[in-house]
Structures are given as structure tokens and as C-alpha cells.
Design a binder for this molecule. Structure first.
Ligand SMILES: Cc1cc2nc3c(=O)[nH]c(=O)nc-3n(C[C@H](O)[C@H](O)[C@H](O)COP(=O)(O)OP(=O)(O)OC[C@H]3O[C@@H](n4cnc5c(N)ncnc54)[C@H](O)[C@@H]3O)c2cc1C
Length: 452
């Protein structure tokens, strides 16, 4: 009975979630003249840590969509990564990985305080033609077997919204995914704790500082206004206090003291790190974007860039499949799913390999870790290609396979060191694993190429 009495509304596109993925998708689709409704419940109680560092393709995408203005810097410019290896004996110097150049100009990313970024994007997109926002509302049900109709609930009651396209931009723990029956695989890696200090304590201001050590990864980067974000990974079953003490022991003295003081005075922010792989990213008139479409370990800091790319790919897919003045949503979603699936595979595989190399303590992962640093030290081109993959400028699994093979070849350079340390059997095991992984990647790249 209730269903017959609730309000009914019709739009071209309904977007559940008004954070980064939702705002970027709305901006992209607004350019196509579609009517768009963004439904956003509003800030969840208690601030949590989330993405802030955005690679150049993400910044360029946000500028292209009209959501960011290069002349109105909201945060702090980022020129690449400064990576501090845990313990590589004589070769423990910080490794600088710049983003490289585009048209003779240095590419630049940006780090923006998460809540500020989210609010800015939503405010900006609400002024775009055809876009309306409903804050304080959420999608609570998806009716039908497809095409789906969404039920939007707020304090004023429920509305049934019919849309040609419904986007689930509701984050990694997406309820939309569940409502339409898309299952997923989840792996929880670790937790993250964060603090804020003054930017002047960063060893390499202007870079995303990454400290690698056996208890996880720690990040430090400027977020604008003279402030810097510090994040520590806390592995599963580890004692947070003990982990943070270990992380801090790898920091330069002045940064360590500043963080200790901040943590004495303030409650740290927290978050969890997951890898989530949904079984599909589209179903009938429904598609997932951003973290709802899948997420991985934040080591590569690529979640926001991926969300912006989703929006651009969706827009291009609709344009590409348009016949006359009619959009072909089905064909567009198939194209979107195919292209995003490829990007996500590369992004997830890269994050997974780096996580294993940097965190796992098995001999083969240690060998991979040393090969990566050896490769970066010896090859400027290798540093550039790695950053192209990390920043999603290059999302081809083929490029990843080539880079992996080039990294693996450094096992031979490391042979004398492992022989001197009497670890030859571990070296042989490591070589076997690296080369079989390398073949696996070549195979995946070839299969994908044949499919394409
Ligand atoms: C610790 C940590 C560090 C990270 N660091 C980085 C980094 O440096 N760089 C980077 O690029 N990425 C990073 N990420 C990833 C990044 O935070 C995410 O990729 C990004 O926030 C995803 O944005 P989103 O819009 O998809 O989802 P979210 O930001 O999670 O937004 C989902 C939105 O959906 C809304 N919502 C929820 N349910 C409903 C519903 N039923 N109906 C309507 N709306 C709903 C929520 O209120 C929320 O606003 C990090 C992640 C973590 C956990």
C-alpha cells in the first residue's frame, strides 16, 4: 500500500553519493545536457581519514570538468613521491620519484584536506546546469530486477525516483551494490591512524613522503594552509601504540617530535584499508563509480584519480555510443565497464605487488623490494615509467608487465650481495617467484590485448 502513495520523480541520472565520485560524475554528465539528481546523506558522525593526495591526471580531470580552478589552489602542490626505504644497508637514501613533464612543463598533483575537497566539489557541481542536490537524503531501496527504480528517503518521507541511469557512488562499503545484488570480495588489510603537523617539519615538502618499515607504510604530505597530514598504517592484530612508536622511529627527529606532541594533544583520526572487488560494475540501468566500483590499498594514493577517471570514461562512453541525439545507455555502460575494468586491474595489481614488496618479510618479497629500489636508482626512465603507472597516467597492464620484467632483471645485480650474505637458496626461490609472476603478467596482458 505504502508504495502507491509515495511521491514519484523522473530524472535522467540519479547519483547516490555526493562525494568525489558522485560530484565528478555529475559534472561530466551535466556537460551532456542530462538532468541529474545527487542524493547525499551528509557528513557521517566523526571525521575519518580518507584520500587527499591527487595525482596529475586527477587534478587535470577535475580542472577539465570545471570542478577545480588552477588559479584557486585549495591545497598544496605535489611534485611526486619521496620514498624512504626501510633498511637497505648502504642504499637507504630517500628516493625521489617526480611526476615528470608534460609539454615541457613539470606535471603537478595536489593534496587537499579531504572534507574541504568533498565540500568544494559538491558546492561547485550544484551550480552546474541540470544538476540538483538533495542533502540529508539517501537511497534506501532499489526496486525491480532492472531497470531499477530508486527509493530516496529523507526526514520528509520517501520518493520513488525513476532514472535512465542510476549511479552508485556511495563509497567502498556501498549499500547500493548490495541493493541491486552485485556481490563482492573483500579483504581487510590494516587500519590507518592520522595526525596533523606544521608543513615545515616535512623532510621533502612538495612531495608525498612515504616511509617504509616492517610495521607498515607511513605517509606525510602538505595539505595547504601550512599544515601537513601524517598517516600511519597499523597492521591487523598489531598494537596501535607499538606500531606508531615503530613508525616514528623511522622519522627525522623534528617530524617525530611534532607528531608526538600533536598526538598527545589530539585524538588521532582513523580509517580502515580494504581491497574490494565487486563481481560486476554495471547491471541493467545501474553502474558503480569510485570506491563503490572497487578499491585497493591506499599505497598508490590513486582512489580519487580513479574516481575522476570513471566520470570521464562514463561521459566519453555516452558520447561515443550516441546515435543522432539519442543516448544509448546500455552500450555506453558496456563500454564503461570494459574500460574501467582494465584500469582497475592494473591499479589493483600494482598496489598489491607494492604492498607485498614493501610489507611482507618473505625472502622473495624482500628480493622484489630490493630489485624495485635498485631499478629506481639505476634508471631515470624507470622512475618516470613507475610514476606514470602509480599516478594512473598509464593504466595499461602491458606497461605494468614490462616494468615488472625490467625490475625482476635486477635480481642479477643483487646476486653478489645475497651470495655474500649466504642467502643463495632464498635468492633462487625469489628469482623463481619473480620470473613466474612476470610471465603471469605477460599472459594477462596478452589475454587482455586479444580480448580487446
Ligand atoms: C586511509 C586512506 C587514505 C587514502 N589516501 C588516498 C590518497 O592519498 N589519494 C587518493 O587518491 N585516494 C586515497 N584514498 C582513497 C580515497 O579516499 C577514495 O578513493 C575516495 O574517497 C573515494 O571517493 P568516493 O566518492 O568513491 O567515495 P566516498 O568518499 O566514500 O563517498 C561516498 C559517499 O556516499 C554517501 N552515501 C553513502 N551511502 C549512501 C546512500 N545510501 N545514498 C546516497 N549516498 C550515500 C556518503 O555519505 C559519502 O558522501 C585513501 C583511502 C583511505 C581509507
Amino acid at each position: 500500500m505504502k508504495n502507491d502513495t509515495i511521491d514519484r520523480e523522473v530524472v535522467d541520472v540519479l547519483i547516490a553519493g555526493g562525494s568525489i565520485a558522485g560530484a565528478a560524475a555529475a559534472a561530466a554528465l551535466s556537460k551532456l545536457g542530462l538532468s541529474i539528481l545527487i542524493v547525499e546523506p551528509g557528513p557521517a558522525p566523526g571525521r575519518r581519514l580518507a584520500g587527499e593526495l591527487i595525482h596529475p591526471p586527477g587534478i587535470e580531470g577535475l580542472c577539465e570538468l570545471g570542478l577545480l580552478d588552477e588559479n584557486e589552489p585549495l591545497g598544496s602542490a605535489v611534485s611526486g613521491f619521496a620514498i624512504f626505504p626501510a633498511n637497505q644497508g648502504e642504499e637507504s637514501d630517500c628516493m625521489i620519484l617526480p611526476y615528470g613533464e608534460s609539454k615541457g612543463k613539470l606535471r603537478c598533483g595536489m593534496a587537499i584536506e579531504h572534507t574541504l575537497l568533498k565540500e568544494h566539489l559538491l558546492e561547485r557541481v550544484a551550480t552546474f546546469p541540470g544538476v540538483s542536490t538533495r542533502i540529508g537524503s539517501r537511497v534506501t531501496a532499489m526496486e525491480g530486477e532492472g531497470p531499477f527504480v530508486a527509493v530516496v528517503s529523507s526526514a520528509d518521507g520517501d520518493t520513488r525516483v525513476e532514472a535512465r541511469l542510476i549511479l552508485g557512488a556511495d563509497g567502498p562499503m556501498s549499500q547500493m551494490r548490495k541493493m541491486v545484488g552485485i556481490s563482492h570480495v573483500t579483504q581487510r588489510y590494516s587500519g590507518m591512524m592520522g595526525a596533523e603537523v606544521e608543513e615545515k617539519y616535512l623532510p621533502h615538502a612538495g612531495y608525498g613522503n612515504i616511509f617504509l618499515n616492517p610495521v607498515g607504510v607511513a605517509y606525510a604530505y602538505a595539505i595547504g594552509g601550512g599544515r601537513a597530514r601524517i598517516m600511519f598504517e597499523v597492521l591487523r592484530d598489531a598494537d596501535p601504540k607499538e606500531s606508531i612508536r615503530t613508525h616514528l622511529s623511522f622519522f627525522p627527529d623534528s617530524l617525530r617530535e611534532a607528531v608526538e606532541q600533536n598526538m598527545d594533544e589530539n585524538k588521532p583520526l582513523a580509517a580502515a584499508n580494504y581491497c574490494i572487488i565487486p563481481e560486476a560494475s554495471v547491471k541493467s540501468n545501474f553502474a558503480l563509480v569510485g570506491d563503490a566500483r572497487g578499491c585497493c590499498h591506499p599505497l598508490t594514493a590513486s582512489g580519487i584519480t580513479a574516481a575522476v577517471k570513471d566520470a570521464l570514461i562514463l561521459r566519453d562512453s555516452l558520447m561515443e555510443t550516441k546515435r543522432g541525439d539519442q543516448f544509448n545507455f546500455n552500450a555506453a555502460l558496456r563500454r564503461f565497464s570494459r574500460i574501467c575494468g582494465r584500469l582497475q586491474l592494473t591499479r589493483r595489481t600494482l598496489a598489491e605487488e607494492l604492498r607485498e614488496a614493501f610489507l611482507s618479510q618473505t625472502p622473495s618479497d624482500l628480493l622484489l623490494n630490493q630489485c624495485i629500489f635498485s631499478y629506481w636508482r639505476k634508471s631515470a626512465n624507470g622512475r618516470m615509467r613507475s610514476m606514470e603507472l602509480l599516478s594512473m597516467l598509464d593504466s595499461s597492464i602491458y606497461s605494468l608487465a614490462v616494468q615488472y620484467a625490467l625490475v625482476a632483471l635486477h635480481v642479477f645485480r643483487l646476486f653478489p650481495r645475497w651470495a655474500k650474505e649466504k642467502k643463495l637458496s632464498a635468492w633462487f626461490m625469489g628469482v623463481f617467484k619473480l620470473f613466474s609472476k612476470s610471465l603471469e603478467f605477460q599472459h594477462t596482458a596478452l589475454t587482455q590485448w586479444l580480448k580487446a
